[in-house]
Each structure stands twice: as C-alpha cells, then as structure tokens.
Design a protein around this ligand. Structure first.
Ligand code: EPZ
Length: 417
C-alpha cells in the first residue's frame, strides 16, 4: 500500500501551476458520452479521471490522452451498464446515470455505496430523473432505469442544492423533449463549467436569476473542445501548505474568484493574500492565528472540501478554532488521525473545536478520505520529525503529482509504493 514519508519543518515557498478541477472534469466526461467527438483540455491526471475513462471505454467510447488533453470518441456507444467493479472504483460514477439514460434510453448502474464521508444517498438524483420520465427500479444492488421514448422536460425543485443531483438532471435534460427548469440548483463553478461544455456541443443551458437552471432540450449533441476550469480545492490545499509552514507561495492558472470564501479564513489566520489575473499569492506569518468559526456551505459559501486542509493548519495556530460541517454528516475522520500527531480536537456531531498547539509531532497516520488525506500531509509538513501517511490512494484520486509538487516548493516528502 503506497505511503508518504514527510520530514516536517521546511517552509513551502515558490510558484506552482494548479491543475484542472477534478469535480468539473468528472461530470464533463459523463457528458462526453452524449456527444460525438470531444477534446477536453486541462484534464488532470488523477485516479478518479482514469476510473471515469474506464467507464467510458467499457460503454464503447474510444478515449485517448495526450498530455493534459483527453479526447473522447463516443460515436459507437454499445453498452448501457456500469458494472460493480467500476462503480466501487469511483463513487461519483453515479454521475453517468443521467448521461447513459439520455444516450441509450436505459441504464443499469450498480448502487454506489456510502463512502468515507458517511452515507451518500442518491435520492435526489433518482427523483430528479423520475420527474424527467425515467422508470427506475432497484434490483439486487443495481439501479435498473429505462425511459419509454425520449425523456421529457419538467420543473424540478431540489430540497437541497445537491451538486451531483444538479449535474445528473442537467445531463439527462440536455437532450430531453421540451424545457427543464431546476430550482434550488447547486451553483458551484463546476456546474457552470459542465454547462459551458454542453453548450459548446450544442446544448441550450442558461442560468436564471437566483438558483434556477434552464435547460431547453435539443435533439442531439455534436462534438466540441473545452478547457476545464482550475481546481479551486487543490488551490486551497496548496495555500494551506504555505500557511502552516510560514511560507510564501504563488499559484498560477487559478480562478481567484472561485475562492472568495476561503481567502477571508486564511487572512483571519494571519496570512496576507493577494490576487492578480490567474495568480494567487499568499504569505504566511511565523505562527497562524485561530479562526473564530468556519461553517461549510453550498457555493459561494465556504467549501466543505477545504474544511480538512484548513483544520490541519488550525492545529498549530495560536488560539482555538471552531468548525461547523453542514454538508456531510461524517467529515471529521481526519481529526482522529491529526490527534495522533498531538493535535487537540473535540468533535461533537457537525461541530469540531481545535485548540491550537505550538508543534505537532510525527506519527504513523492513515488517510481516511481524499481531503482528509491531504490534511494529514499538510500537518506533517509542520510536524517535528518524519511522519508516515498511509493509504494515499485516497489522495491520488484528487491531487495530481502531489508529492512532486510539494517537493518543488521545498517540502521533504517521498512516496513509497
Ligand atoms: C460533490 O459531491 C463533490 N464531488 C464533493 O467533492 C463535494 O464535497 C460535494 O459535491 C459538495 O460540494 C464531485 O463533484 C465528484 P452533494 P456530491 O450531492 O455531488 C446529500 C471531493 O472531495 N445528498 O452536493 O456527492 C449528501 O449526502 C468530493 O472532491 C442527499 O441527501 O455532493 C451530502 O450530505 C467529496 N441526497 C449533501 O447532500 C442526494 O441525492 C451534499 O451532497 C444527493 C446528496
């Protein structure tokens, strides 16, 4: 099992290019199934992207990678099922349901289990697709879906602005008969990027005032090229690495506007943050300050995916910090591992209180999930001694060349497979 060895105490300084957004490219790859030939640029090399590639190839698409560009030829899709092995490889494979249904008129997808963040229900995905005319039955751990003729546009109100459900409904509605309006839709930048891609390929999607998305169904989608937006969570993660080590870091190829809820938290911790065009610069104090309160919210609120990296930085801050995790019900698994490094953290349901200490010490810790794993690496950068972070396949899902990038910024980190 792969692991990182990290010697703490080295400042993270320098310049780094941020890769394309995992959470944009995954729904875009699902969308490519509904098109003819597409080219997706700024596509990061991540294990989740490889998993999505495997699903597309299983369905009959031809996928080729040249550097950061993935080309997909979906003209000959001849399957409409995603077998168990491919679903367990990546929980987000549920995002393919709407696209397969729209393309084939039927779909059979293994029910994605829960994951490290707690139960991950898909009731909003299912009810949304049913509103568009899909018949969905559960059969021994599989979802059997079909539609008689074409999917039909409808008006759908989401009780919660679920990112995945919004994406699945947009995908299915893009070639449905008639217009679909989604109220209380998620408004994450990745949703806009998916709509941009689909519109490039001939879809008619626009965003109404407030939280509605309007999708006018078209008969078919063509091909097109698209460059994926930068990964705002990867950017936040590298900023935390600079913050915890008293470093000075410049990130390029970013979209600063996507991080406007993260900058104030870093500034409250004593960092100076400045932005110019596609660059974000952070310079950190010798010792960070605690944060009064960080509450995760749907975009444009503070992103739940940045909670763990910021918590890692807070463990060595002067003073206490409070976190309220409103999006997922079990997203503090990294706290237990941080405590093995000496961190003082109390969690109670969706609330966590971190009492900052002067120095963490090294330990053998295990990644619990993607962002929790990244948080352990961030903590290890500032810990005394050499920390071993195990189970780093979680990290490989969402951070391309993570150790290589951190080494280029001065970290003493090696990967052992
Ligand atoms: C997406 O997950 C992201 N994943 C997550 O990033 C991110 O944390 C999350 O959105 C919130 O921003 C991808 O885009 C691939 P949700 P998703 O549907 O779509 C509940 C990372 O680290 N819910 O907005 O699963 C759900 O249980 C990952 O990159 C239902 O109850 O998020 C959760 O509590 C982690 N029923 C909340 O809504 C449903 O049908 C948010 O889920 C769907 C969701």
């Amino acid at each position: 099992m792969a692991k990182y060895l990290i010697e703490g105490g080295h400042r993270i300084d320098g310049e780094l290019r941020v890769h394309g957004a995992k959470n944009a490219v995954l729904p875009i790859l699902a969308a490519s199934l509904m098109c003819s030939e597409t080219a997706i640029h700024n596509c990061p090399e991540l294990s989740d992207v490889t998993a999505a590639q495997n699903i597309l190839e299983h369905l009959g698409c031809r996928v080729a990678r040249e550097g950061e560009t993935l080309t997909v030829d979906a003209r000959n899709v001849n399957y409409c099922d995603i077998p168990d092995a491919l679903v367990t490889e990546m929980r987000s494979s549920i995002l393919f349901l709407g696209a397969i249904l729209a393309r084939c008129g039927r779909a059979r997808v293994s029910f994605p289990g829960g994951c490290e963040l707690g139960p991950r229900p898909i009731d909003l995905h299912i009810s949304g697709l049913q509103k568009l005319g899909a018949v969905i039955e559960e059969d021994h751990g599989y979802l059997d879906c079909y539609v008689d003729g074409r999917l039909k546009g409808s008006e759908i109100t989401l009780p919660f602005p679920s990112v995945g459900a919004t994406e699945n409904i947009i995908l299915a509605a893009a070639t449905a008969e008639g217009t679909t309006v989604i109220h209380n839709a998620a408004r994450e930048p990745e949703i806009y990027d998916l709509a941009d891609f689909l519109n490039t390929c001939g879809a008619l999607i626009h965003f109404g005032l407030g939280d509605s998305v309007i999708i006018e169904g078209v008969r078919r989608l063509n091909g097109g090229e698209h460059s994926v937006i930068p990964d705002r969570i990867a950017a936040a993660t590298y900023l935390c690495a600079g913050a915890i080590t008293g470093g000075m870091i410049t990130l390029t190829h970013t979209r600063p506007a996507h991080l406007t809820s993260v900058f104030p938290v870093l500034e409250e911790m004593g960092c100076r943050v400045s932005c110019a065009d596609d660059e974000i610069r952070l310079s950190a104090p010798d010792r960070l300050l605690g944060i009064r309160s960080v509450k995760t919210m749907p975009y444009p609120g503070f992103p739940t995916d940045a909670q763990a990296p910021i918590m890692a930085a807070a463990t060595v801050a002067r003073g206490s910090s409070m976190f309220v995790e409103t999006i997922f019900e079990a997203r503090y698994k990294h706290a237990g591992e941080l405590m093995r490094m000496g961190a003082r953290i109390k969690t109670e349901g969706r609330v966590a209180v971190v009492e900052g200490i002067r120095r963490l010490h090294s330990a053998v810790v295990r990644s619990t999930d993607l962002r929790g794993g990244a948080a352990l690496v961030i903590a290890a950068l500032a810990a005394d001694g050499v920390t071993e972070v195990q189970n780093i396949r979680h990290i490989d899902r969402g951070y391309a060349r993570f150790d290589e990038n951190l080494r280029s910024l001065g970290a003493k980190i090696t990967r052992e497979n």
